[in-house]
Design a protein around this ligand. Structure first.
Ligand SMILES: Nc1nc2c(c(=O)[nH]1)N[C@H]1C(S)=C(S)[C@@H](COP(=O)(O)O)O[C@H]1N2
Ligand SMILES: [Mo]
Length: 321
């Protein structure tokens, strides 16, 4: 068991290697692979019906909220959808093809724990209840690469309102689906499945915390974390949990997937800070994927004006890992 666990620990180091230098060729291969797959008669008819048409397609493109601006160009969609972390489908960046196995309907979201309004709600009912908008957000992975993405969705604060947390609730713990028949890597017992992430209720209520239902003007794709994923752009990318099925309100600080794997490297807060290196690499700069460009990393990934106040008085906590 000890030896097997080390395999998990080694992954971030390998991913921090200059793998992305080979990106363009690999992305092309992955893109053509994904295209071939979607036309393949080997995909069952039922699977194709469950994929098409998306029942919320009419809601996109959502109108853009111009408040959230970028200091860099939007990443090409082909690049964003062919260079992904989604460990349920494998530990490389080329998981777009494997992620096609994900079945998006029916999809039920459970809201439970310390709330006045526990409920199970179908994803289409949830999305149609919510005010969709588009936001341009930066994304900074802990592996020191970044992208800029036009997400569509709604503020996580709206889901918190729907749940009506009790005053005793302090955190929201989010969970990804668990289905090894769809996501083969979930058979690998040395990983702490399902993927879990958490925020304080104050963080979840911050205007920047965004539940993503769309990207690039259409429903969000499987490899991007369909049908519902988080975007918390002031934190390292691993906080932005994909394909969420449960929001559990609790007074216990959630232990996230990466913290469970390697607590010496990944913690609860995981706010972006260029001055605090990861134990195994610098966080001072980032590779802006697809542009062959290294950029300086910004404190809170450039979102300090929105979120710095959340951390006043918490200076003794491990805010930056
Ligand atoms: N369920 C789940 N969510 C996840 C991950 C994952 O492996 N599984 N990877 C995280 C990491 S490390 C990053 S950088 C982002 C990647 O999102 P993207 O594919 O949209 O770039 O998803 C995050 N959310
Ligand atoms: Mo990441």
């Amino acid at each position: 068991m000890h030896v097997i666990r080390r395999r998990g620990w080694e992954i971030p180091e390998r991913l921090a290697s200059p793998e992305h230098l080979f990106f363009n060729r690999r992305a092309l291969l992955a893109a053509s692979g994904a295209a071939a797959l979607s036309l393949s008669p080997k995909i069952s008819l039922a699977q194709r019906i469950s994929d098409l048409p998306d029942p919320t397609k009419d809601l996109y493109p959502a109108s853009r909220n111009e408040k959230y601006t970028l200091d860099r160009p939007v990443t090409d969609e082909k690049i964003n959808t062919n260079y992904n972390n989604f460990y349920e489908f494998g530990s490389t960046k080329s998981v777009a093809k494997a992620a096609q196995a994900l079945k998006l309907r029916p999809w039920t979201v459970k809201i439970d724990g310390m709330v006045e309004a526990p409920q199970e709600i179908g994803i289409d009912d949830l999305i149609r209840k919510m005010p969709l908008e588009e936001r341009l957000y930066r994304h900074r992975c802990v592996e020191a690469w970044s992208m800029a993405i036009p997400w569509s969705g709604f503020p996580l604060a709206k889901l918190v309102e729907l749940a009506k947390p009790l005053s005793s609730a302090k955190y929201v713990r989010m969970e990804t689906f668990l289905d090894p028949s769809v996501a083969p890597a979930q058979k690998q017992s040395w990983y702490p499945w399902p993927y879990v992430e958490g925020l304080t209720i104050a963080e979840a209520s911050n205007e920047l915390a965004f539940l993503v239902t769309g990207a690039y003007g259409k429903p969000v794709s499987k490899v991007q974390g369909a049908p519902l994923r988080l975007a918390v752009p002031w934190k390292y990318g691993f906080k932005s949990i994909k394909s969420i099925v449960r929001f559990n309100f609790t007074d216990q600080r959630p232990k996230s997937y990466w913290e469970a794997l390697q607590a010496s490297e990944y913690g609860f807060w995981a706010n972006v800070n260029p001055q605090v290196p990861h134990p195994r690499w610098s966080q001072a700069t980032e590779e802006f994927i697809g542009r062959n460009e290294r950029r300086p990393t910004l404190i809170f990934n450039g979102y300090a004006e929105y979120v710095a106040d959340l951390y006043k008085g918490l200076e003794r906590e491990r805010l930056w890992a």
